[in-house]
Ligand binder design. Sequence first.
Ligand code: SAM
Length: 215
Amino acid sequence: MKLSSKRVFIESAARDFKRTGALVPSSKALAQAMTSELARHYARGASVLEVGAGTGSITEEIVRHLAGGDRLDVCEIDRKFAGVIRNRLKQDPCFRAVRAQVRVINRPVEAFARRPHYDFILSCLPFTNFEPHAVRDIFELYRKLLRPGGICSFYEYILVRKAARLMSGRSAGRRRVGEVGRVVREYIDKYAYRHHVVLLNFPPAMVHHIRFPEG
Ligand SMILES: C[S@@+](CC[C@H](N)C(=O)[O-])C[C@H]1O[C@@H](n2cnc3c(N)ncnc32)[C@H](O)[C@@H]1O
């Protein structure tokens, strides 16, 4: 990743950490763990959604897996980040090769129409910073957006929720973080079938892959 993209990311984190949710972009190791199920279950004509692409560290790994006939929608709420991805589609050789198959959608994912469009969703949203009901709504949105048998991959930073809980001085903040943890845990317990610990990331992360039952 170019230094200028990294700078855009760090500036955005400094401006609005609640929304960005990380100090630096994800590592290659995390990007590989996030795309591992896309690689394992890939079938031609795949339709993929990435949510919260930032400056594209995970997008870069997704595009390596795309073949002719596949489609990738990149959802990013931040205008500057969406601009970085659009530039990479024009200038970055591995992005340029699949340019016609990729759409950059500069909107919050919550605004998506609830229709089963996707075989894979890779979600990079910083759930720890969200309200518990918003996290549940997003998982339920993913359920609606996935085609039968579709897979949702997402990550959480190891121990960060615990640290956030300890550091939230106000008891309302502590309660919110605890409740988010319970919502995420519920979806992991019910639907996750595979996990990866990624130590080579700042901070270290745990990737979960979930599949909702059909019907
Ligand atoms: C933790 S960063 C991940 C960035 C990048 N995928 C990476 O791994 O380096 C989370 C990203 O989610 C975006 N985001 C936050 N809320 C969002 C929403 N409701 N809809 C779409 N994107 C959102 C942020 O702007 C940010 O780029």
